[in-house]
Design a protein around this ligand. Sequence first.
Ligand SMILES: [Cu+2]
Length: 186
Amino acid sequence: MSSPPAASHSPAIERAQSADDERLDSERAGQRLTLILFAGILALAIIGTTVSVVASSVMHGGRTTAPRTSTLANVNTGASSPQHISLSVVPGSKPGPKGEKYDAFSKTNFAVKVGRPLQLTIDNKDDAVHSITAASAGVNVVVMPGVHTYTIVVGRAGRFKWICAYPCDPYSMATVGYMQGYITAT
Ligand SMILES: [Cu+2]
């Protein structure tokens, strides 16, 4: 009859020990979990900081650089980016008063802003050279055969007559709308 108490004693001790072990285990597990959580939070904090630094630098780029760039682009568009016109020079293309056709520029009146470049892309279909020459405006575009882009800049306001300085069709050379025209600078 002494074995049951001993038997009951020792499982109780074992139970207590195992309970202690479990407690220790759970404490260790808890510590481990705390450590993992702490490391996790630390990692998240680092990532979060990095992300927020990157995000703020991107946002700064967006808030400061981009509007400045677009403002500059707007200023450029409004003030200094060149205007552009395409035209052609075609021999025997424009009818005269009697129905004959004469050499002509397809466009002979040009509006420019003072001091602002005007680009002219001219397709000269003639095999001869023509020109847009207005000495009083400081303009002398020598129009070579083929397609080329020329830039004119007029330094003062006014309405300036231009002529073709290269001998070509006599009627055209003497007539506005053919080999003569006006540059109006405002
Ligand atoms: Cu000409």
